[in-house]
Structures are given as structure tokens and as C-alpha cells.
Design a protein around this ligand. Structure first.
Ligand SMILES: [Zn+2]
Length: 236
């Protein structure tokens, strides 16, 4: 990847953001680094002993316009000092995050750097492959492209399943792969994740990401015995 030198040093951008946020406070020293994270994350902290503030930003930000880096700086500093996050800065940063180019590059990085860890789809009790094919035929006219399927490493009861766009993978919690768990509960969770393939995340005004769109929800309600399935999930 070609590396472009920023017009303004990132530390200077943070300095300006600091002065805007807290005009009367003593200005600290900043150290800002870009890291090859697998996702678009960033962190900020006071360095031990020194009063220096150290920020680590995803290297995707290296090619972002300075005002976006400035907006993120405001957000991070507000969090660090326990202040209200300036809404304009938040919106500015989120707008950039949700740009198709940013999302594309983020997915690319995730694919390259993050590896998806999961167990094979054939479980002890249930086969996700077979179940996917059945649900696909029953509810999607067999038109849904098959993602990578797998069981989660841990038997989580809070994260029952998720669809990972970057890796095109559906991961289902291993809690469902047990003899006493009715297949209806598992079918409903898998059906929900399959809907995420069919209905991609939508970006709303103000940069809010909406995964469970009205269309998504309407189609989810078409699942037979949905109330019974939800009851079963509560009992897990
Ligand atoms: Zn969902």
C-alpha cells in the first residue's frame, strides 16, 4: 500500500482538538501512532509517569482528511477527560466511517489481518451445513449464497450467533449443539443470521448503522413459531 504523508502531523491535529475542547487547560504533549489494526479502532490514554497523552489510531486513518482525524481526536479526548462528546465531531467522524470507500478498505484489512476462528459446521448434534441448506430451500428459494459456517469456540449464551461480513461467515454459539436443545431454537438463530446476508446493514442519516431494518424485521416475523422459538432462547 502506498503511504501518503499527512499534510499536518497527527500530534498537531490532536493538539488543536485539545485546545478547542478545553481552551483554558494546560496543553499536554501528544504522541500519535498509526497501527495496523484488523478493525477500525483507536485508543487513547495517559502514559504512565509522564503527562503525555498517547493515542493509537487504525492506519486507515492515515489517509483520512485532517478534519476527520480532528473529529476523532475530539471524540477520544472528550472520552479521556470524561466530557460530553461534541455531537458535530461525532457525526463528522461517523460520516467518514460509513463512506463506502472506508467500509471497503476496512473489510479488506479485516480479511487480511483478522482470522476467523470457529469450529467446523458439523457439530456433535447438529450440522449447520445441512440446516443452512434446508432453511435456504424453505425460506429463501435456495437463492442465498452459502457463507462459511461454523460453531463458536465458546458456548456463549449472550452472543448466540453473528454474521461477519468481512469473512462472509455465520458463527453460531456452541450452546445450541446439545441434545436437549430443540432444533427450533437453533433454526431461528440461524434464520436470523441468514437474514443478515439478505439484508445488508443500512447507513441512516447522521451515520447511524441499522442492521435490523424494517424489511429485515418484517421478514423475520415470517418465521413460523417465532414466539415459541424466542421463548426457547430465553430458557437457554
Ligand atoms: Zn441481528
Amino acid at each position: 500500500m502506498q503511504r501518503r504523508l499527512p499534510i499536518e502531523e497527527p500530534a498537531q491535529i490532536f493538539l488543536r482538538a485539545f485546545m478547542k475542547l478545553m481552551p483554558r487547560a494546560t496543553v499536554p504533549e501528544f504522541k500519535v501512532r498509526f497501527r495496523p489494526y484488523a478493525s477500525l479502532r483507536s485508543s487513547i490514554c495517559f502514559e504512565n509517569a509522564t503527562r503525555r497523552i498517547s493515542a493509537s489510531l487504525s492506519d486507515l486513518l492515515e489517509e483520512a482528511p485532517p478534519d476527520v482525524v480532528g473529529a476523532l481526536a475530539m471524540v477520544l479526548l472528550a472520552k479521556l477527560y470524561g466530557r460530553r462528546i461534541p455531537p458535530a465531531a461525532n457525526a463528522n467522524y461517523n460520516r467518514w466511517v460509513n463512506l463506502p470507500e472506508t467500509q471497503q478498505r476496512m473489510l479488506g484489512n479485516k480479511r487480511k489481518r483478522g482470522h476467523k476462528r470457529m469450529l467446523p459446521p458439523r457439530g456433535r448434534v447438529y450440522s449447520l451445513d445441512a440446516l443452512f441448506d434446508r432453511l435456504n430451500a424453505e425460506y429463501f428459494g435456495a437463492a442465498l449464497p452459502k457463507p462459511t459456517l461454523g460453531w463458536s469456540l465458546r458456548a456463549s449464551t449472550t452472543r448466540l450467533g453473528h454474521y461477519d461480513v468481512a469473512h462472509d461467515a455465520i458463527v453460531i454459539s456452541r450452546v445450541f449443539d446439545r441434545p436437549h436443545v430443540p432444533s427450533l431454537a437453533l433454526e431461528y438463530v440461524l434464520y436470523h443470521e441468514m437474514l443478515h446476508i439478505k439484508h445488508p446493514v443500512q447507513v441512516r442519516n447522521g451515520g447511524r448503522r441499522c442492521a435490523h431494518t424494517p424489511e429485515f424485521q418484517a421478514e423475520e416475523r415470517r418465521f413460523p413459531n417465532i414466539d415459541e422459538a424466542k421463548r426457547l432462547l430465553l430458557r437457554l
